[in-house]
Write a protein that binds this ligand. Structure first.
Ligand code: DGL
Length: 266
């Protein structure tokens, strides 16, 4: 038994979609979450900058004597793993591998769509992972740079005309390609899952990377279970009030735990 907390981070609020699944699947685990709200988004930044942010985020979480890190950010996972994983002495689990495993087992026609931030799509991380698992898969990708700002600004209603316009623009080529599975390759995207599902229709399976990372942690993550009380601490690098206002939407329920500020160098 290992009662140390699990550290989880994201560039902002999106990683809470993974936290809610870890809370559900592993209720006894203590969680320390860091949302880098002062420096969001990561997905439009250079590799060097993302690597620096990721190291700083992990170093901060490590001050809580954590037993593992969940990189609940498609961008951070795509750009910094596996390199970052080799720099630390605890397991670091990203979202790319778990989501790719889920997509390859979900697809029936072998056509998989991948959407993510510009940095995630440029890294080709999901493509590499999927083609290793399933070399004959046909992949269709799209960078969706405006989804994160829409989510962070609360434009998440499927009837929102701006959201619908962007979903249509980004996803039309993927829909026309006939994919039967879509990886929502950024942890912000499950918040607009209803809008994406409404556009693509019931025949397309949507893969939620946070949920898949939580399942992976439960099954294969190589961590010893805790028997903690499931207590939760949340840190943000800016706008604690905004976090308090919006976190419950990402968590799919009430925010339970303390929320504190941790400033980071820009
Ligand atoms: N949740 C992050 C991701 O999965 C948000 C993207 C960003 O910071 O640009 O990629």
């Amino acid at each position: 038994m290992d009662t140390r907390p699990i550290g989880v981070f994201d560039s902002g609020l999106g990683g809470l979609t993974a936290v809610s699944e870890i809370m559900r699947l592993l209720p006894g685990e203590e969680i320390v979450y860091f949302g880098d709200t002062a420096r969001v988004p990561y997905g439009t930044r250079s590799k060097d900058t993302i690597m620096r942010y990721v190291r700083e985020d992990i170093d901060f979480l490590k001050t809580f004597n954590i037993k593992a890190v969940i990189m609940a950010c498609g961008t951070a996972s795509s750009v910094s793993l596996p390199q970052i994983g080799e720099e630390y002495d605890i397991p670091i689990i990203g979202v790319v591998k778990p989501a790719s495993l889920a997509a390859t087992s979900a697809t029936r026609n072998g056509k998989i769509g991948i959407i993510g931030t510009p940095a995630t799509i440029k890294s080709r991380s999901y493509e590499r992972e999927i083609l290793t698992l399933s070399p004959r898969a046909e992949l269709h990708t799209a960078a969706c740079p405006l989804f994160v700002p829409l989510v962070e600004n609360g434009r998440t209603d499927p009837d929102d005309v701006v959201l619908f316009t962007m979903v249509e623009e980004y996803l039309t080529p993927i829909k026309n390609a006939g994919v039967d599975t879509l990886i929502m390759g950024c942890t912000h995207y499950p918040i607009i899952e209803r809008a994406i599902a409404a556009f693509l229709g019931d025949s397309v399976t949507l893969i939620n990377p946070g949920l898949e990372a939580a399942k992976y942690l439960t099954a294969d993550g190589g961590i010893e279970r805790g028997s903690g009380d499931g207590s939760y601490r949340f840190f943000v690098s800016d706008d604690r009030d905004g976090f308090l206002e919006n976190a419950s939407k990402f968590l799919g329920g009430k925010l339970c735990g303390t929320v504190m500020l941790k400033e980071m160098e820009k």
